[in-house]
Design a protein around this ligand. Structure first.
Ligand code: KIV
Ligand code: ZN
Length: 519
């Protein structure tokens, strides 16, 4: 069987799409999980776009040991040097250069002739090779490029030393037949002259990115690129969990496989949703909540008789472990830690201790805690940061005939501060009280509430996004009480924002009324 390399570009192509911006800590956490998933290459960012992106690529490159790290660069010397500076501390770094090759892009975007584009590719690739032994050249908008010119561009790049050539369906325009045909044409023509890898990079504008990626493998591509949960520009990139499970499930037919540990797929998808606060739709292939649920009686009957009747993949293959056992307030730390492990989480003992404390508090208020509850609790825990302000108590008053008011009491450096605020509703009032005590003025950009499981005592999970200028921060809160979950989420975002501020900009004295000094 052919061995296919998987390049994950969640941190580059995915992160640049609206709503998915991540901070350094979140990028590192996701990169670690991608390494556990055993992708071959992690594309960590586009270093010239900002100092933060540069720093993130540098940190990811320094951290990952079991996969290569790549970063994107425009095809010009200055950018290539900066990109290499960010990458050079990593294990077998790959410099990734991009240059558009379709007439449309060359005329209107680059304002360059075909000849100029070829010259630029030759210069850029040979300069990149003088710095780095592994260089990928991606022909942007390859699927809408003139075939003969595309071939010239790839030949030029290979001649100048590129080690991988990527066929990109930048605008998700290709159909699977076309993709297979184009990739096999490129493989046939180029690989007879140069020992290069051919890659495929598909977008999902027509919903065909996964099919196109598999078609590219059939056509001879040795590397496929995509993102977790299919996030990315516009309709997104090829969803890697789908491409990987497509390859895995149909490996005999496709005669290709990859080294990915499929049991980490669900966990990786979940981590990305936790970080971004954007859930996957329930019917999403492979990682959606309903991907392995069987509601219809006739299906349940079949599944009980033989799971293969309606299940082409077992949930365990992608890391969904369905235990019927629930944990409750009498469960001990050992059982809790064991369940965390079974759910695929790798946690340090002190983090397990902290999560167990929170588990006990929740178990007092909710009778049975299911795997979904525990996942929510652990994900929440993974993103806890030192709290500058912590919640002591709140009282809410709202109704149809009074305006909503909130009395919120927060602790700051051992003292309690309180503020009473009026708002458009109870949550608005509570957030205003928090703004006053913490002396912050972020804009609430997004508020999302979801029940973690069904039932009357379901845990409410709230995700908020706050923003000031170009800074966007996500906060999460979990509680059986949805107002408390909202307050916790907002406070989590504010604490994160404060945590990331330079020391001199952190608040030195809270607002609100000082209530009492704590012992
Ligand atoms: O979709 C695309 O063309 C890209 C390139 C920058 C590689 O992401
Ligand atoms: Zn792309």
């Amino acid at each position: 069987m052919r061995q296919i390399k998987i390049l994950d570009t969640t941190l580059r192509d995915g992160e640049q799409s609206p709503g998915f911006t991540m901070n350094l800590r979140e990028k590192l956490e996701l990169a670690r999980q991608l390494e556990r998933l055993r992708v071959d290459i992690v594309e960590a960012g586009f270093p010239v776009t900002s100092p933060e992106d540069f720093q993130a690529v540098q940190a990811v490159a320094a951290q990952l040991k079991d996969c290569s790290v790549t970063a994107l660069s425009r095809a010009c010397q200055e950018d290539i040097l900066t990109t290499y500076e960010a990458l050079k501390g990593g294990q077998s770094p790959i410099l990734h250069l991009v240059m558009a090759t379709s007439d449309l892009h060359m005329e209107y975007k680059l304002k360059m002739t075909r000849q100029q584009v070829l010259e630029r590719i030759a210069q850029a690739v040979s300069y990149a090779r003088s710095l780095c032994p592994l260089v990928q050249f991606s022909a942007e908008d390859a699927t809408r490029s003139d075939r003969q010119f595309l071939l010239q561009a790839y030949r030029t790049a290979a001649q100048a030393g590129a080690t991988t050539l990527s066929v990109t369906d930048t605008v998700g325009y290709a159909t699977p037949n076309e993709m297979e045909d184009l990739v096999s044409f490129v493989c046939r023509e180029i690989q007879k002259e140069y020992p290069v890898e051919i890659a495929a990079h598909c977008h999902n504008d027509l919903g065909m990115a996964t099919a196109n990626s598999i078609a590219a493998v059939r056509g001879g591509a040795g590397q496929v690129e995509g993102t977790i949960n299919g996030i990315g520009e516009r309709a997104g990139n090829a969803a890697l969990e789908e491409v990987i499970m497509g390859l895995y499930t149909r490996r005999e037919d496709i005669q290709a496989q990859c080294r990915v540990d499929t049991r980490q797929l669900y966990r990786t998808s979940k981590l990305l949703s936790t970080i971004s606060g954007i859930k996957v739709p329930p019917n999403k292939a492979i990682v959606g909540r309903n991907a392995f649920a069987h509601e219809a009686g006739i299906h349940q009957h079949g599944i009980l008789a033989n799971p293969q009747t309606y299940e082409i993949i077992t949930p365990e293959t992608v890391g969904i472990y369905q235990t019927q056992m629930v944990l409750g307030k009498h469960s001990g730390k050992h059982a809790f830690a064991e369940r965390i492990g079974e759910l695929g989480y790798v946690m340090q003992p002190h983090d397990i201790d902290a999560a167990f404390e929170r588990f006990k508090v929740l178990a007092d208020r909710k009778k049975d805690l299911t795997d979904r509850d525990i996942e929510a609790l652990v994900s929440d825990q993974a993103y806890s940061i030192p709290e500058t302000f912590s919640l002591c108590s709140f009282v809410i008053n709202s109704g149809t005939v009074i305006s909503a008011t909130a009395v919120v009491r927060l602790q700051y450096e051992g003292q309690e501060y309180e503020h009473v605020a009026r708002g458009e509703g109870p949550i608005d009032a509570a957030f205003k009280a928090i703004d006053r005590i913490t002396r912050t003025s972020y804009r609430l950009r997004n508020y999302n509430i979801q029940a973690v499981t069904g039932g009357e005592d379901a845990l409410g999970e709230v995700v908020v996004k706050i923003e000031k200028g170009s800074r966007r921060i996500t906060g999460r809160g979990l509680s059986p009480d949805i107002i408390e979950a909202s307050i916790r989420a907002y406070l989590n975002a504010i604490n994160k924002a404060i945590y990331q501020l330079p020391e001199e900009e952190k608040p030195d004295a809270p607002g609100g009324q000082l209530i009492k000094r704590r012992e």
